[in-house]
Design a protein around this ligand. Structure first.
Ligand SMILES: [Zn+2]
Length: 194
């Protein structure tokens, strides 16, 4: 039991109390429950990886989007999660590439810049002389804070930095927005900072 709790508590967002709750749940559940969970994790690890350029989850590295020469590699849309990439791709209105932060800054939850893929983003923008960075973090308190932080860090890079327009309702996330609202938000993106 202690081994399970110790392992679970290493997962992001899972504290020791939650790890214990999950551990007890698995202990009480039928054996195939744990079996299926471990098989699903195993299968996922075997078939997917993280793209070393944009940090999206894909079956190849680089991912199909980063490897696609027909896309505009000078324009990066920064999003919080791989699911946001899937959402924007489903919309079919964006031709640039992405950068997945793997979360957002949340100082109260102990999520600082070091927990996200911010350094690799800054390096990528400098190395590839990126023309425009569109910040597509969710329009939430933390998402806005993350956008401001990124805009400040990108100031010296020479890249144009913009933020998705507020076509999206406050508090909604990219994932739950309608495609039309997303297209509008992309279209009406506004420059940030200097
Ligand atoms: Zn990629």
């Amino acid at each position: 039991m202690e081994r399970v709790v110790e392992r679970l508590s290493r997962l992001p967002g899972v504290g020791r109390r939650s790890a214990q709750r999950i551990g007890f749940y698995l202990l009480k559940s039928p054996p195939q429950e744990a079996q299926e969970l471990s098989e699903a994790i195993h299968a996922q690890k075997a078939s997917t990886r993280q793209c070393s350029q944009c940090f999206d989850i894909a079956e190849t590295d680089p991912c199909p989007i980063c490897a696609d020469s027909r896309r505009d590699h000078q324009q990066i849309l920064v999003v919080e999660q791989p699911s946001d990439v899937a959402m924007v791709e489903a919309m079919g209105a964006y031709r640039g590439v992405y950068h997945v932060l793997m979360g957002r800054l949340a100082p109260l939850e102990g999520v600082g810049p070091g927990e996200l893929t911010i350094e690799p983003l800054l390096q990528r923008v400098a190395r590839e002389r990126i023309g425009e960075v569109i910040i597509g973090t969710n329009p939430t308190f933390d998402g806005d804070g993350t956008a401001l932080y990124l805009a400040r860090r990108l100031e010296a890079s020479g890249a144009k930095v913009s933020r998705l327009a507020r076509g999206l309702a406050i508090g909604s996330s990219l994932e739950t927005s309608s495609k039309a609202a997303l297209a509008e938000a992309l279209e009406g993106r506004r420059p940030m900072g200097g």
